[in-house]
Design a protein around this ligand. Structure first.
Ligand SMILES: [Zn+2]
Length: 428
């Protein structure tokens, strides 16, 4: 049985996170709150460099931005001891609860970050009407991760008491920077998934817009890699000394055309897109700098990886052709991990037992999600993983200024996840 006060707690936590949205790798207040709550309820807590490899993070904000976010979190009452543990943008936290009896390890992924979206103050928007709007101009929890974090805290508070008769271990993985697929890789690289047998990533809403509905898995996920390429050449006067210049813009333009000429893969769908190309400084100057932003996608992780290798080859060849330098930076990554039958069957049984009103096997995820990198890691070691959805009506779509969730879905999610753990760890 879940404690009677839990529903009110979930709403209170969600609204507190909603009022204090933090962007990827800057989730100091959120992560410190999570770590303190886990520690208070008997979880073994690992945080910061213990659960993230710094160099495997992607598109990390400038240090000044991270430092400003840390100062803001401390001003807003974040526990300085936990904040210190989170270093310069290592805002991941993992709670482990060991029953002390041998058995499997179950892990849940919870994402922490908000979006650079300006929240609507329209009177029809519930956070405006009930006075818990974002207090940070230009930042908003517009994807429901405030709800996810509240669900994570709900599990942190309730599972230890229930686990008295269970076996194995429970892991709550609080991941920074899901938006842009930038944070999961660093947690996989730090070995957070190395002992996980069953893995569940959860999202509110997406394509499931009815409170009480549960989708055991998702499909239509494309693996993706985002790359930035910076070409550097030599500037020269375009009239006097064009032969002394090395044209970075021309190299980037060559790369753009040839990237779109990468052969299609016979094993499944692939994508490539150069979405931004800029360079040069003026009409009469040979361009010494150009930047190109691209992404590749694939129906499977290997197809996406093949596309990324081909893209890198084209970028380097274009640079060599025009005798300029190119620096390639990985800005985001996600896999295509399929949702396993075994994990989906567990969600189905748990959904039935926890009072779900409608259960579907698959719903489309659309887009990309870096929880798939964690799923890949678990599946690679023979474990079972799925990406499940908990239904909520959505007054506006994800990432919209009027996005909101039905808070009644939070208690349902805690009940569902508790039932999932019980399915796996309850001793016969
Ligand atoms: Zn999201």
């Amino acid at each position: 049985m879940l404690p009677a006060s839990l529903s009110a707690d979930l709403t209170r936590w969600r609204r507190d996170f909603h009022r204090h949205p933090e962007l990827g790798f800057c989730e100091f207040r959120t992560a410190a709150t999570v770590a303190a709550t886990l520690a208070q309820h008997g979880w073994q807590v690992a945080a910061g460099a213990e659960v993230m490899r710094a160099e495997a993070r992607m598109e990390v904000p400038p240090l000044a931005e991270i430092n400003a976010a840390r100062a803001e979190a401390l001003r807003d009452g974040a526990d300085p001891v936990w904040v210190a543990r989170l270093g310069a943008g290592l805002t991941g936290v993992v709670g482990t609860f060991d029953t002390g009896r041998p058995g499997p390890t179950v892990a849940f992924r919870v994402d922490l970050d908000a979006l650079p979206v300006r929240e609507s103050t329209d009177a029809t928007h519930v956070p405006a009407r009930e006075n818990f709007l974002s207090t940070r101009p230009g930042r908003m929890h517009a994807c429901g991760h405030d709800g996810h974090t509240a669900i994570g805290l709900g599990l942190a508070v309730t599972l230890p008491a229930l686990a008295k008769n269970w076996r194995g271990k429970i892991k709550l993985i609080f991941q920074p920077a899901e938006e842009g697929c930038r944070g999961a890789k660093s947690m996989v690289a730090a070995g957070v998934l190395a002992d996980v047998d069953f893995y569940f990533a959860t999202h509110l809403g997406i394509s499931l817009t009815e409170t009480g509905a549960v989708s055991c898995g998702t499909d239509h996920i494309l693996a993706t890699t985002k790359l930035d390429a910076t070409f550097r050449g030599t500037a020269a006067h375009a009239g006097v000394d064009p032969h002394l210049g090395r044209n970075a813009l021309l190299a980037a333009a060559t790369a753009t055309v040839q990237l779109h000429a990468i052969a299609r893969h016979g094993a499944g769908a692939s994508r490539v897109n150069v979405g931004l190309l800029e360079g040069g400084s003026g009409r009469n100057v040979i361009a010494d700098r150009a930047v190109l932003k691209l992404e590749v996608r694939g129906e499977t992780t290997p197809i996406c990886q093949w596309m990324a290798v081909e893209a890198e080859r084209v970028l380097r060849a274009a640079a060599a052709m025009h005798a300029v330098e190119v620096a390639i930076e990985n800005m985001g990554e996600a896999g295509s991990a399929p949702c396993d039958d075994a994990a989906r069957a567990i969600v189905r049984r748990a959904a039935e037992k926890s009072g779900a009103t409608r259960i579907t096997e698959f719903s489309p995820l659309g887009g990309s999600e870096d929880a798939t990198l964690m799923m890949d890691a678990v599946q690679a070691r023979g474990g079972s993983a799925t990406y499940l959805l908990v239904g909520t009506p959505l007054p506006a779509g994800h990432h919209h200024p009027r996005f909101d969730i039905d808070e009644a879905a939070l208690l349902r999610a805690v009940a569902l996840h508790t039932a999932i753990v019980r399915e796996i760890l309850a001793t016969p």
